[in-house]
Design a protein around this ligand. Structure first.
Ligand code: NAD
Length: 249
């Protein structure tokens, strides 16, 4: 039965993570909202409560394994984990090794630390589901994005490795590769001014629009549901067709 589970969402304070937290809460799950920004986590939980759902905020930096372990101990039971916390950073054209280390520590090491903490709790609960929020940048690139691309590609390898290890415990592990999703952070990086996307922005997508956080939240709900019980170790690209669209100029 879906609903009535404990769902952990990392980086749940805003953007995609907040939409995921709302979606699971409205489906009847209790959501643990983890974010390094505790005020944002609280804001998310207030939004969930106002919508009639149940969520608890936790201030946690996923790149700190001890912080992760203590947070999961406080959470207790875990049925679902959405490894969504992520940051960007400069690459070989402008970044230093500290930028590489930070992006890998949050995006990849953080997802592994949270999965390690969640797995025995899921096993004790009789099974569970993990979703990694990777990126289409695991599959294609713009210049100067090496740490981010490597971290997101690393998540795809981590996904099938964990699916192999944790399958016997009844735990499924899948990844989502979002394309261009309209969040405040994405807008600031891309210097694009949503919601007024240009015709060229929309035309990059066969779906005729830029993505919304809810597009990713719906897929997380599905991948963590019993309906997806035969899906594990997979990666699902959700990008309105952007990475399949052939462009000649
Ligand atoms: N928006 C997009 O177009 C897009 C596309 C592909 C993939 N993604 C991925 O989706 C995820 C969410 O993206 P978003 O646009 O909603 O980002 P966002 O910046 O709006 O939200 C990220 C959240 O993660 C939190 N966070 C950052 N570092 C953390 C840490 N060390 N520990 C705990 N929390 C931390 C932030 O405080 C923030 O609340 C990221 O992993 C991102 O790489 C986004």
């Amino acid at each position: 039965m879906d609903g009535g589970r404990v769902a952990v969402v990392t980086g749940g304070g805003q953007g995609i993570g907040r939409a995921v937290a709302l979606a699971f809460a409205l489906a009847g799950d209790v959501v643990a909202v983890l974010d390094r920004d505790g005020a944002m986590a609280q804001e998310c939980c207030a939004e969930v409560a106002a919508a009639g759902g149940s969520a608890r905020p936790y201030t946690c930096d996923v790149s700190e394994a001890a912080d992760v372990d203590a947070t999961f101990a406080a959470i207790g039971r875990v049925d679902v984990l959405i490894n969504n916390a992520g940051i960007g950073g400069r690459g070989i054209l402008g970044g230093d090794m500290a930028a590489w280390d930070r992006v890998l520590a949050v995006n990849l090491r953080g997802a592994y630390a949270c999965s390690r903490a969640a797995a025995p709790r899921m096993r004790a609960a009789g099974g569970g589901a993990v979703v990694m929020i990777s990126s289409t940048r695991a599959l294609q690139s713009e210049p100067d994005s090496e740490p981010y691309a490597a971290s997101k590609a690393g998540l795809l390898g981590l996904t099938h490795a964990l699916a192999a290890s944790l399958g016997p415990w009844g735990i499924r592990v899948n990844a989502i590769c979002p394309g261009w999703i309209d969040t405040a952070t994405h807008r600031s990086f891309q210097r694009r001014h949503a919601p007024e996307h240009s015709e060229a922005d929309r035309a990059q997508h066969w779906a005729g629009r830029v993505g919304r956080p809810q597009d990713i939240a719906e897929a997380c709900l599905y991948l963590c549901s019993e309906a997806a019980g035969f899906i594990t170790g997979q990666q699902l690209v959700i990008d309105g067709g952007m990475t399949r669209k052939m462009i000649y100029v």
